[in-house]
Each structure stands twice: as structure tokens, then as C-alpha cells.
Ligand binder design. Structure first.
Ligand SMILES: Cc1ncc(COP(=O)(O)O)c(C=O)c1O
Length: 388
């Protein structure tokens, strides 16, 4: 932990290593792309990327050029896929930093082609087809024309064909099967026109686990490598270990009488005298303001204790009841303490969101403490140790 504020995110790289290793085994012979966008879903992009590669992932995936640059600046030379087409102005940088862009517009293809040709190199690109998510990607009818445009461009090579699944984490398979049928059709047409792109990919974590036909050559896993199930429907298929936990230490303690009301809005009233602990982490750190009102609890001395009232910008109040608590005592907001556990899925359930949002919102003001090395090749073998 750096600095003076006793609040931090701990990331267990051995858990990441275990999860990626398990996912590579499920996906084989397809390869694994580790999705490390959004600072590796709040876990720290560079150490997580290193660990994922050591565990058998062969690709990294990011949303934005800047995220790819961070990986390159850290010395990572694995293929880095930009999951959406980069802005035309970024094309020279994409080429210079050796990032692999997704493309789906003529303008995007031409900008990258010109940048690669002027640099005297050939840039591999992946064509993304919209088979039903309707976020990014070309229309299925346009895929062959765009594939030809790539293939005909002296600066480009069509390395990949991709799509993205909208509801692979839900129980009804109808729409996902429809998307995969459409993708199979596009793949056949593109293959007939320009040859089969060597890296075909469609699956996120849920797709990779629930739809073996979606694995193709590469699966793009994100949430599962962090040890979180994509949904209640797609759960339990692989032994996953949560990598992230959120910790703090009590900064102040007071005893209050029955009837006292606490925090902004005075919405939490004590039914009996209670010890209230202040913990220095708040909504500016990504602990949602309404978490207390939603009934959330934190762990103190291995016991679940309610968040008392409104989460403030930098601090929460915790109702420890008649329990013992002192300044400096350890508090777990997410993770395990003794036999008790609070998961990101539990917060998500209380807040009406998904665990993805819970972990990615944990802000940059919280130091990340990475533990475990994640470098061991044999899960039962050599000691990990923090190697970075
Ligand atoms: C294009 C794309 N592929 C893969 C992923 C990884 O998804 P998941 O975290 O559900 O495995 C994402 C994440 O949102 C994505 O946008």
C-alpha cells in the first residue's frame, strides 16, 4: 500500500493465472485473448496482461489505442487487438506501435492501409461483422466487399474475421445460435472470396463457456479471467477464483445512542445503541452512493456489518452494533475475511447492475496492491513471488 490512506484494492495474480490457465484448457484448441481493457477491468492492465500471457493467453485485447500504447510502453510485445476500429487520425500510431486493429468501414481500412504503406510495412487487420449486437461492425452483406478492400490493399493483410455476441450470458440460446449461423455464412462467403482469415473469433467469456461452436480460433475472455461468472446462467462451468478484493482500515470509532441518525440525509437511524466505525473509502473510489440504502454489508472481524446510511465521497459509516472495533482494524468491502465473503456479484445484485460495472468503477485513487507472481508454469510447482 502506498501513501497514508488505509484503503486499497488487492489483486491476486495467482488467481488470474489460475483462471486464465483453466480457460485455455476449456477453449483449446482455440487460443485465448485476455481482455485487459479498462485497466484490466480495474485490476491493473500491465501486471494482469503479463500474468495472462504467462498462463497461456496469446493475445491481449483493449478498447482504445491509448490502452494498447500502455501495454507496448511496458514492453509487452504480444499481439494486441483493438476491439473497435481506431479513429483515422490514430492510424500512424497503430502502425508504429504494432497494434492490430478491428476494422469495419471503408474509411478506416483506407486510413490504416495508407499509414501502413507509407511506413513500408504490412499491417494485419481483423474485419468485424455485426451479426446482431448492433454496436460496431459492418453489415453481413458488406463483409465480402470490405474483405476484398483489405486484401487488395498493399499495406494490409486480412488476418481475422470477428463478431460479438449480445446475449450469450442468457438462458435462451435462440438469438445466439442465430448470430452464429449468420457468422458461419459470412465466414463461408469471405473464405470463398479471399481465402479463410487465419484468426476467426466470436466468443466473449459466456460464448466461450456456453457455446463450443463459438470458439473458432480464438476466444476473447474478460470477466472470467478475473474470477467472476458472466451471469448466474453461465456459472460454475470452470473453477474460477476472484482476483480482486477491496480493503480499508477503520479510521474513527464512536458510540451512539438509540435514535441517532447518521450520514447525509440522516436516513439510517439506530434502533439500539451502536458502535459506528468510519472507513475511508467512498463514492469517489467507485463505492456507489446508494450501496448502504441497498442493504450492503462490509466485513469487520469476520462479521457482516451494515453500511450505515449514505456512502459519502471519501468515507462510509459501518454499524458494528455491540461488536468490538478499533481504529486500524481491517475492513473488507469486497473479498473474504474469516469465513465471510462479499462478492462483486452481490453488490451488483443489490444495485441492479452487473459485476463488470462494480469492478471497473473502482477508481484510480485506490492504490492497487498486486500479490502473487502469476509467473509459474506449473500450478503446483515453483513459487510465484512478485516479479514486477
Ligand atoms: C468485443 C469484446 N470482446 C470480448 C469482451 C470480453 O467480454 P467478457 O468480459 O464478457 O468475457 C468484451 C467485453 O466487453 C468485448 O467488448
Amino acid at each position: 500500500m502506498s501513501g497514508f490512506r488505509p484503503a486499497w484494492v488487492e489483486v491476486d495474480l495467482d488467481a488470474v493465472h489460475h483462471n486464465v490457465r483453466a480457460l485455455t484448457q476449456v477453449a483449446a484448441p482455440a487460443r485465448v485473448l485476455a481482455t485487459v481493457k479498462a485497466d484490466a477491468y480495474g485490476h491493473g492492465a500491465v501486471p494482469v496482461a503479463r500474468t495472462a500471457l504467462a498462463a497461456g493467453a496469446t493475445w491481449l485485447g483493449v478498447a482504445f489505442v491509448e490502452e494498447g500504447i500502455e501495454l507496448r510502453d511496458a514492453g509487452l510485445d504480444a499481439p494486441v487487438l483493438l476491439l473497435s476500429e481506431p479513429p483515422a487520425a490514430a492510424a500512424p500510431t497503430v502502425v508504429a506501435r504494432g497494434l492490430t486493429p478491428i476494422v469495419y468501414t471503408e474509411a478506416g481500412i483506407d486510413a490504416l492501409g495508407h499509414a501502413a504503406a507509407s511506413a513500408g510495412t504490412t499491417l494485419p487487420v481483423h474485419l468485424k461483422v455485426d451479426t446482431g449486437m448492433h454496436r460496431v461492425g459492418c453489415r453481413p452483406e458488406a463483409a465480402v466487399t470490405l474483405a476484398r478492400r483489405v486484401a487488395d490493399h498493399p499495406g494490409l493483410a486480412l488476418e481475422g474475421l470477428a463478431t460479438h455476441l449480445a446475449v450469450a450470458d442468457e438462458a435462451d440460446p435462440t438469438y445466439t445460435e442465430h448470430q452464429l449461423d449468420a457468422f458461419d455464412g459470412v465466414l463461408a462467403e469471405v473464405t470463398a472470396a479471399v481465402g479463410r482469415p487465419p484468426v476467426v473469433h466470436a466468443a466473449n467469456s459466456a460464448g466461450a463457456l456456453a457455446y463450443p461452436r463459438a470458439r473458432f480460433d480464438l476466444v476473447r475472455v474478460g470477466i472470467t479471467m478475473y474470477g467472476i461468472d458472466p451471469s448466474a446462467v453461465v456459472a460454475g462451468a470452470v473453477d474460477l477464483r476472484p482476483a480482486l478484493s477491496l480493503h480499508a482500515r477503520v479510521s474513527f470509532v464512536k458510540d451512539l445512542p438509540a435514535g441517532a441518525r447518521v450520514s447525509y440525509g440522516l436516513r439510517y437511524e439506530l434502533a439500539r445503541p451502536a458502535r459506528i466505525a468510519t472507513v475511508p473509502v467512498g463514492y469517489a473510489d467507485g463505492v456507489p452512493r446508494g450501496l448502504g440504502a441497498a442493504g450492503a454489508e462490509v466485513l469487520v472481524a469476520g462479521r457482516r456489518c451494515p453500511i450505515a446510511g449514505t456512502v459519502t465521497m471519501d468515507q462510509i459509516l459501518v454499524d458494528v452494533g455491540d461488536g468490538e472495533v478499533e481504529v486500524g482494524d481491517a475492513v473488507v468491502l469486497l473479498g473474504v475475511q474469516g469465513a465471510a465473503r462479499v462478492t462483486a456479484a452481490e453488490w451488483a445484485e443489490r444495485l441492479g447492475t452487473i459485476p463488470y460495472e462494480v469492478v471497473t468503477r473502482l477508481g484510480g485513487r485506490l492504490p492497487r496492491r498486486h500479490v502473487g507472481g502469476g509467473l509459474q508454469e506449473d500450478p503446483g510447482g515453483a513459487e510465484g513471488g512478485t516479479a514486477w
